[in-house]
Design a protein around this ligand. Structure first.
Ligand SMILES: Nc1ncnc2c1ncn2[C@@H]1O[C@H](COP(=O)(O)OP(=O)(O)OP(=O)(O)O)[C@@H](O)[C@H]1O
Ligand SMILES: Nc1ccn([C@@H]2O[C@H](COP(=O)(O)O)[C@@H](O)[C@H]2O)c(=O)n1
Ligand SMILES: [Mg+2]
Length: 210
């Protein structure tokens, strides 16, 4: 944005939240592919803030918000909450974090999420970290997660897989066609997956420094 003249007649930069230069990495993959697990590791090593769209929606659901009931119903049915709700939560979390580097985990989940985020924020991801893992392994992990998530049951899990295949994979394909996807084998043990993740972030840092 341009500059304006303030009350004291000094030229200052006019800035709104969307003017800030944020670095964003989208972290995608099937339900249970290890997005949250690996984001926690990345935060420790590379100074990003981790924003999980699912966690933000669950917090909003529990906050007594007018959208609480709708969010609860959609999560329990494995469906994608309308973008305007999720994007507002992401924008607020980005503004409040004080950081300028974000791992956005579990978003964009469908084409509506993707297009709306881009037009509302003007942000394009640096790259997309994609954890690829077979459904059989994902189902085992979700049903053994034991973190009290109401959607970790066999019925909702199957719906989440269907939504992932039909709505989320096309978003990954979209970014792949733009050369932005960094695909990782998410079926390996956690430490091995993180070794591969580190290579992605290290080579990206090298490119920025060069
Ligand atoms: N590489 C791995 N090997 C075995 N288990 C894993 C691996 N990565 C994560 N897990 C376990 O699988 C479960 C799901 O992991 P996590 O919560 O990180 O997945 P997620 O992609 O964030 O899932 P969701 O989309 O449902 O939020 C957790 O219990 C976690 O400890
Ligand atoms: N962009 C998103 C992300 C998530 N949801 C809803 O939350 C559920 C849980 O998400 P996790 O990433 O924590 O697994 C998901 O199944 C959706 O119902 C969403 O609507 N939009
Ligand atoms: Mg998660």
């Amino acid at each position: 944005m341009g500059s304006v003249v303030d009350a004291a007649n000094k030229e200052v930069n006019e800035s709104s939240p969307s003017d800030k230069k944020f670095t964003v990495v989208f972290v995608l993959g099937g339900p249970g592919s290890g997005k949250g697990t690996q984001c926690a590791n990345i935060v420790q090593h590379f100074g990003y803030s981790h924003l999980s769209a699912g966690d933000l929606l669950r917090a909003e659901q529990n906050s007594g918000s007018e959208n609480g009931e709708m969010i609860k119903n959609m999560i329990n049915d494995g469906q994608i909450v309308p973008s305007e709700v999720t994007i507002k939560l992401l924008q607020r979390a980005m503004e409040e974090s004080g950081n300028d580097k974000f791992l956005i985990d579990g978003f964009p989940r469908n084409e509506e999420n993707r297009a709306a985020f881009e037009s509302v924020t003007g942000i394009e991801p640096e790259f997309v970290l994609f954890f690829d893992c077979p459904e059989e392994e994902l189902e085992k992990r979700l049903l053994n997660r034991n973190q009290g998530r109401e959607d970790d049951n066999i019925k909702t899990t199957r719906k989440r897989f269907k939504v992932y295949m039909e709505s989320s994979l096309p978003v990954i394909e979209y970014y792949n066609s733009k050369g932005k996807v960094r695909k990782i084998d998410g079926s390996k043990p956690i430490e091995e997956v993180f070794e591969a993740v580190k290579e992605v972030f290290t080579s990206t840092n090298d490119k920025v420094a060069a």
